[in-house]
Design a binder for this molecule. Structure first.
Ligand code: PEP
Length: 247
């Protein structure tokens, strides 16, 4: 394992579960975490963060979104400082479901990532192409545009994580091939190597229908430093099986 890039296996629980179920799940994960070499993180819905926080150990806590505003009169928003105060280490920004259903664009995502960094959180910045973009040969261009628009100018290799999530592979059971994943991860590394301070620390994780059955071949790719896991993170058994595949 490259100590500068300890693998990160992050669970995106999305809008699922009860506080009781979240507590049971994180307690089970916490019990197993000391035997796993990768860093584990869970990103519950905002309302479950407090109960998860009480039951968590060894594992990092994260959130699924953050406001680009500072604290104040912004009804319904959750600020980066609030997440830091709740013990969060990570926050997902620019997930394709937020891009799609909430019309979030790179400028907003960069602003969210900046606020996260200012509060001492590590934003997990998601990038990825749609199926139509891949089929029309635009993947490389889309990734370049998203990196230049959504990664804050003052980000460093230590202060952010990039998640490559092809939109067509999220929640669909359709996984990108290892060749496709390797190609895009290498592109992201090359792009950010030139731009970021401390580039050797940059973790680039893959997301899109990662399961116990495909985790080892994905996680063994040279430029893949972990996974962002949706559906399979909702059960301790499958999440831990994925985490164990990261060595
Ligand atoms: C995700 O939500 O980021 C994700 C990758 O979901 P799934 O693993 O279910 O495809």
């Amino acid at each position: 394992m490259d100590l500068k890039r300890r693998p990160l296996i992050a669970g995106n629980w999305k809008m699922n579960g009860t506080s009781g179920g979240a507590t049971v799940l994180v307690a089970g994960l916490s019990a197993a975490a000391p035997d796993i070499s990768a860093e584990l993180a869970v990103c519950p819905p905002f309302v479950h963060i407090e109960s998860v926080r009480k039951a968590i150990s060894v594992i990092s806590l994260g959130a699924q979104d953050v406001s680009f505003h500072d604290d104040g009169a912004f009804t319904g928003e959750i600020s980066a400082s609030m997440l830091a105060d709740m013990g969060c280490r990570y926050v997902i920004v620019g997930h394709s479901e937020r891009r799609q259903h909430h019309a979030e664009q790179d400028q907003i995502i960069a602003a969210k990532a900046s606020k996260a960094m200012q509060a001492g959180l590590i934003p997990i910045i998601c990038v990825g192409e749609t199926l139509a973009q891949r089929q029309t040969g635009q993947t490389e261009m889309i990734i370049e545009l998203q990196l230049s628009g959504a990664v804050p100018r003052d980000a460093t290799g230590k202060s952010i994580v990039i998640a490559y999530e092809p939109v067509w592979a999220i929640g669909t059971g359709q996984v990108a091939t290892t060749a496709q994943i390797a190609e895009v991860h290498a592109q992201i590394r090359e792009n950010l190597q030139k731009r970021l301070a401390e580039p050797d620390y940059l973790r680039i994780i893959y997301g899109g229908s990662v399961k116990p059955e495909n985790a080892s071949e994905i996680l063994s790719l040279a430029d893949v430093d972990g996974a962002l896991v949706g559906g399979a993170s909702l059960k301790a058994e499958s999440f831990l099986a994925i985490a164990k595949a990261a060595v």
